[in-house]
Design a protein around this ligand. Structure first.
Ligand code: CO
Ligand code: CO
Length: 332
């Protein structure tokens, strides 16, 4: 479902007001945070979707990495997970076994355990997880803290939606999108550790609302504005080529509806590059707003460690709050 429809429905549901709740669904935080006591908060999130690759084991891994990502975006450590499965038995139970094995391996890699789950029969397979973790409130990375002068750091290249669309249309094979598959399978946990070691001002993960949509949520929630340098945004291998061939996921239109046109100034950017910036991601990277004094150390630690393609993609500016400027390149 698109972000606009979701926002209008949520607006009609009475807001939860429990005093232990730290995050509001409406602020666009990645996960729900519930204070257990002064020093410890419970963090919960859930995500599931239809297969994005043909290999069931890799689909399980991607779904689990994607579900865990919202915890990492908030600086939380995952503890437990529950499987959510919809499956047509006609597909063969060995396929479901491979999906669940892939998911379990990722959950274990994250240092968490699977407690159980729920399965229903459905025509279209779907898999995901509800995950629970914890965070010290002082270590929590919220979406609301971006400050003027910060730099924007993105930990993974974008283009998974375009490549998955090309795979569905058989314009590319899984071999041709191996970088994307590896990237979607990769946990954001190590990147989150780098961020928490140095301290950052705001964080979210780039998933279904694309880089532009998630950055828009961050600046809107922070009362700030941002500038993106298109040439600095890392793109997955073959993403630009497939965008040029018209492999554009339907979700792109929903993001264009969500981010008001008046809020986006795009300065002469190649159409296929814009497609990548508006490309809904699965298991995308973390997007952090980083104090200027730490950005060099953070990017070095990310590149030498878990995120070889991490990049500084822009900055937080003092333009009108909630506005985005997309420049071809960094100003001299
Ligand atoms: Co998220
Ligand atoms: Co999510």
């Amino acid at each position: 479902m698109g972000p606009c429809d979701l926002e209008s429905i949520l607006a009609k549901i009475p807001e939860e007001t429990s005093p232990e709740l730290v995050t509001s669904i409406r602020a666009g935080e990645d996960a729900g945070v519930f204070m257990l006591d002064e020093d410890l908060a419970l963090v919960q999130t859930v995500d599931f979707f239809t297969p994005i690759v043909d290999d069931p084991y890799l689909f399980g891994q991607i779904a689990a990495a994607n579900a865990l990502s919202d915890l990492y975006a908030m600086g939380a450590r995952p503890l437990t997970a529950m499987n959510i499965v919809a499956f047509p038995c006609s597909l063969g139970l060995d396929v479901l076994e491979r999906i669940l094995l892939g998911g379990q391996e990722k959950v274990h890699e994250a240092g968490a355990v699977i407690l159980g789950g729920h399965t229903i029969e459905d025509e279209e397979p779907k898999y995901g997880l509800a995950v629970t973790g914890f965070v010290k409130p002082s270590d929590m990375t919220k979406i609301t803290g971006a400050r003027k002068g910060d730099y924007l750091v993105l930990t993974k290249p974008v283009g998974t939606g375009i490549l998955a669309t090309a795979l569905k249309g058989e314009f590319i094979t899984e071999d041709g999108m191996s970088e994307a598959i590896e990237s979607m399978c990769a946990l954001n946990g190590e990147a989150a550790r780098v961020f928490s070691k140095h301290g950052i001002n705001a964080c979210t993960d780039v998933t279904g609302f694309a880089l532009v949509g998630h950055l828009y949520e961050m600046v809107r929630a922070s009362g700030a504005a941002a500038e993106i340098w298109a040439v600095e945004v890392p793109l997955l291998e073959n993403a630009l080529k497939m965008a040029n061939m018209g492999m554009i996921p339907e979700g792109k239109k929903l993001i264009e509806d969500f981010v008001p046109k008046a809020q986006v100034q795009a300065d002469n950017i190649d159409a296929a590059v814009m497609d990548c910036l508006y490309d809904p991601q699965t298991s995308g990277g973390l997007l952090a707003s980083v104090p200027a004094g730490d950005v060099e150390d953070i990017v070095r630690d990310l590149r030498d460690g878990p995120c070889p393609r991490a990049a500084v993609i822009g900055t937080i500016t003092e333009e009108e709050p909630g506005s985005l400027t997309i420049l071809a390149a960094r100003r001299e």
